[in-house]
Design a binder for this molecule. Structure first.
Ligand code: PLP
Length: 915
């Protein structure tokens, strides 16, 4: 049944209910799948039209959040999607649906226009409906407002307000508040206090400044600091998108006085608060404030027609503005009739609807306060009034340090996950606010009934009971299955906290700070980090990984303290990037680098002197070279990885009584940074060198890359001839061949030709060449298993340093003659736990260890970056490791400890035969 439902969801095939009902056993399932072939597929899918032709990026985000619904019908507070699910819409289009969807009275008013046949668009003329709407608005607006300029949206209403203020005062400056929201056109966005929305577009414009909201001293100081500069101060009565923030009592009145003293016009933006949302027609009436200019939009269109309005007093309004500002659709009769009907509805029965908002809003707020009292650390505040309410969610992760719900809380993204749960499980539609992403807005239509409010409150209560467990697995599974978790399945208490990330404080004493970027290698990495995800089926875990990709901002996964054998100390943050290896690889490089730069920015913010690049963060940035800049010191950690692979192989060979000089040594990924450096070091030791490149290259290009590596290996052997001879009196044949060829006066190209001819050197574009290697190192960036179990030589020793692994676990059963050892795992001095990354306590990967070594040894410089490693740096890392007490971890295979020689077939007889 699940499979059929999945087909339904993924392919857009409508699975008939009778077909589902018949699936009781496997045969029936097969028949049902067969029958699906005869179900007609809808020729056009509106959602994919939207995704393809309107906004693919938004569509992708909605899909990640599992809120990519296609609503096909709406009625009042209810929305119905294409699957027939209904949900209670308490978002009300950010306040633009005062009476829910399809309000009958507004439709009637529009129908009335049709019947009257008043022209809808007829500029310039004395438009009767626009005139009537303006008159009614002014009749109820704060005193002194005498002119209405119509437009088509909130942002346009703000644009008009700012133009008016500039002309009336002859000043350019516009002052606004941080987190305030005024729209997304150039000037409105310049006044919007969110750099994230501004910077990509080169905004704010000149002369736009902002100050803290609700701080009258800040306003007075700013006006005094730039006397005669500010044309307007624009402010909301309640910051809606800023997170439903209510200004302290008296703030707006004091702001009005300060503005008057400085000749600055006060613009009150009531685009969201206006027309009933707070239980008053104008929210500023609650404060007894009289602005010079007041903006309206959203509710004014009654939920059916876009419209904006800018109300102004005589001081703000001027002939020049009136004659030079216009907009084709402004003041059209359709919008005006909708506005008139809206005001009539709000004011009828002695403003009964406004009184309803006050009473029901107070009840709902008190229910939300009860929910907050149930989970005070999770819901930190209930804000707002009337039907403009917000639940502020925690950004403190200390209760669930190693849960993705905790991470989402810290990165300010919990509200969007909660909104997804509410929609999918509870059928309640809410959304976070734009400039305050950890605030969940609750904005029912003004005519929402008590029963609907109670339904919403109960849904919220049930949802927060689940969130409070910190159990990401149950939470996400409920979203996927659109079904609440069974109460008995939920843990009663929170999972124990293990490695609490430390706040960004300056370390005491001389502890040097470092950071390390890492990411889940594949979806199982998520479950390593957050064990609650174990309840997910493999396909669900994959969906979880897809949902997380790029959704969460980089966060500190854990913090570790290291004390070296010398007594030097370092403290480091492991910064989590929410992409798997495969996902990072799929990203266009510009986007991948942008993601990594966010992680690096966090590292810098926390004072890191060096940042290590783990796993694919190094692969997608050209070994870190493309991230290098003058502000941050970086390392790929590849040099110490090389050291660790060599040491691991030395130890394993010694344990098996084998000798390098009798082994064919293969390197998978030989043209990569790690592989090519290993090629130099192994050229000193091997009997035969098998360099295996990336089969994705054309044979000619692949061979050319491998030849560069082989040439470097030859040069390396020649340069270190004396040392090689001294270390190994019985000089291994690969090196011996080179030295003899050199004595014979051959140039390097001839040496390479002779090595290949002789079989001492194999350059291969195919993984099949690995079959001749008794010792194999895998160091690739291929995000999956690459080496077939059957391919390996009998009794081969493999050191797999690729992450994700190049060799699958199945080899344990299928090839007991082969020994696979994990490369690159280091035992740390003092054995600290670095965090939940699938490593034994006290150990780390070598690339992490290199970052720590550099921090401990300081001062830091860029290290191990780019496609070529320096053997001298590799040797330095080996010395640093010894000095600071870092050592190879005890040997492991697929993360499991290897008992001495257990399961190891002595390969010598086989080797002897082969030789
Ligand atoms: N001003 C405020 C206070 C708003 O809340 C909004 C929108 O949310 C705007 C202006 C912009 O309105 P629009 O989206 O219609 O341009």
């Amino acid at each position: 049944v699940e499979l059929l439902c999945a087909l339904d969801r993924w392919l857009g095939v409508a699975v008939p209910a009778d077909l589902l009902a018949g699936v009781a056993h496997t045969d029936a399932l097969i028949d049902a799948i067969d029958a699906l072939q005869h179900v007609p597929v809808q020729p056009t899918d509106q959602m994919s039209d939207y995704a393809r032709c309107v906004n693919p990026y938004l569509a992708a985000k909605l899909a990640q959040l599992k809120i990519d619904r296609r609503f096909t019908r709406a009625d009042g507070a209810w929305l119905f999607d294409s699957d027939g699910h209904r949900c209670l819409d308490f978002m009300s289009q950010y306040g633009a649906l005062p009476f829910g969807h399809h309000p009958v009275q507004i439709w009637q008013a529009l129908q009335g226009l049709r019947e009257d046949a008043e022209p809808v668009f007829c500029q310039p003329s004395l438009a009767p409906s626009a005139g009537a709407l303006a008159r009614v608005l002014l009749q109820h607006a704060p005193a002194g407002l005498r002119h209405v300029t119509f437009s088509n949206s909130g942002a346009e209403a703000v644009e008009a307000a700012l133009k008016m203020a500039r002309h009336a005062t002859g000043r350019a400056g516009i002052l606004s508040t941080r987190r305030g929201f005024h729209g997304k056109t150039f000037a409105a966005l310049s006044a919007t206090g969110n750099p994230g929305y501004q910077q990509p577009f080169g905004l704010p414009l000149a002369d736009f400044d902002n100050i803290e909201y609700g701080d009258i001293n800040a306003l007075q100081a700013q006006l005094a600091q730039r006397p005669g500069q500010y044309a307007a101060f624009i402010v909301e009565v309640i910051q809606g998108e800023g997170g439903v923030r209510v200004a302290p009592p008296g703030y707006l009145r004091a702001a009005q006085q300060a503005c008057q003293r400085h000749g600055t016009l006060l613009v009150i933006d009531e685009v969201q608060t206006g027309l009933g949302r707070t239980g008053r027609l104008f929210a500023c009436d609650d404060e007894g404030v009289v602005p010079d200019i007041l903006t309206l939009a959203k509710a004014l269109g009654g939920g059916l027609v876009p419209v904006g309005a800018t109300l102004a007093n005589d001081a703000a309004y001027s002939e020049a503005f009136a004659l030079k500002h216009s907009s084709t659709f402004a003041g059209n009769a359709l919008a005006a009739r909708a506005g008139l009907a809206t005001l009539a509805l709000l004011l009828q029965d002695d403003s009964a609807m406004l009184r309803h908002v006050v009473a029901e809003g107070a009840w709902l707020r008190q229910r939300l306060a009860q929910i907050q009292a149930r989970h005070p650390w999770l819901v930190t505040e209930v804000r707002g009034r009337g039907f403009m309410l917000g639940l502020c969610l925690t950004r403190d992760r200390s209760r669930w340090p190693e849960s993705f719900l905790g991470i989402a809380a810290e990165s300010g993204d919990l509200a969007q996950f909660v909104a997804s749960y509410l929609l999918n499980v509870e059928g309640l539609r809410l959304a976070p606010t734009l400039n305050g992403s950890n605030v969940l807005r609750v904005q029912p239509p003004l005519n929402a009934t008590h029963a609907q409010c109670a339904l919403a409150a109960d849904a919220l209560e049930r949802c927060f009971d689940v969130v409070a467990t910190g159990h990401t697995g149950h939470f996400f599974r409920a979203i996927l299955r659109r079904q609440a978790p069974a109460a008995h399945a939920l843990p009663s208490s929170l999972p124990p906290s293990v490695a609490l990330p430390k706040p960004a404080v300056k370390p005491a004493g001389k502890a040097q700070r470092f950071a390390f970027l890492l990411h889940p290698l594949d979806e199982t990495g998520y479950a390593d980090y957050d064990p609650s995800l174990a309840v997910l089926q493999p396909a669900e875990l994959r969906e979880f990984a897809t949902s997380m990709a790029g959704l969460l901002e980089p966060v500190v996964g854990s913090t570790v303290h290291i004390q070296s054998a010398t007594g030097a100390r370092a403290q480091g943050d492991f910064i989590l990037i929410s992409h798997t290896a495969e996902q990072l690889k799929q990203l266009p490089q510009r986007e991948a680098l942008a993601v990594l730069n966010k992680g690096i920015a966090l590292a810098q913010q926390r004072g890191a002197a060096i940042v290590g690049l783990g796993a694919y963060t190094s692969v997608v940035s050209g070994g870190g070279a493309q991230l290098a800049n003058s502000h941050t010191r970086l390392t790929s950690g590849n040099s110490y990885t090389v050291v660790s692979a060599m040491e691991a192989l030395d130890a394993a060979l010694a344990q098996r009584g084998q000798h390098w000089q009798h082994c064919s040594v293969g390197i998978v990924g030989a043209a990569g940074a790690i592989g090519s450096c290993l090629a130099l070091l192994l050229a000193e030791r091997a009997q035969r060198l098998v360099l295996i490149g990336n089969p994705a290259h054309t044979p000619a290009a692949g061979r050319a890359r491998l030849r560069v590596v082989a040439r470097a290996a030859v040069v390396h052997v020649l340069a270190h001839a004396a040392a090689i001879a001294q270390a190994q009196p019985d000089t291994p044949s690969f090196a011996r061949h080179i030295l003899q060829a050199s004595t014979a006066g051959l140039d390097i190209d001839s040496m390479l030709a002779s090595l290949e001819q002789d079989g001492s050197l194999i350059l291969a574009g195919s993984i099949h060449a690995a079959a001749v290697a008794q010792v194999l190192v895998t160091a690739t960036s291929f995000p999956g298993n690459l080496v077939d179990d059957d391919l390996l030589a009998h009794g081969a020793l493999v050191c797999d340093i690729s992450r994700p692994r190049s060799i699958g676990r199945s080899i344990l059963q299928r090839r007991p003659d082969v020994l696979v050892i994990d490369g690159g795992v280091i035992a740390l001095p003092g054995r600290p736990r670095i965090g939940p990354y699938g490593l034994e306590d006290g150990s780390s990967y070598a690339c992490m260890a290199e970052t720590m070594l550099l921090a401990l040894d300081g001062p830091c410089r860029d290290t191990s970056l780019g496609a070529t490693l320096d053997v001298a740096e590799v040797k330095r890392q080996q010395l640093l490791a010894r000095r600071h007490g870092f050592a190879l971890a005890s040997p492991r295979s697929f993360g499991l400890p290897l008992p001495p020689l257990a399961g190891v077939v002595d390969a010598r007889p086989v080797l002897a035969t082969a030789l």
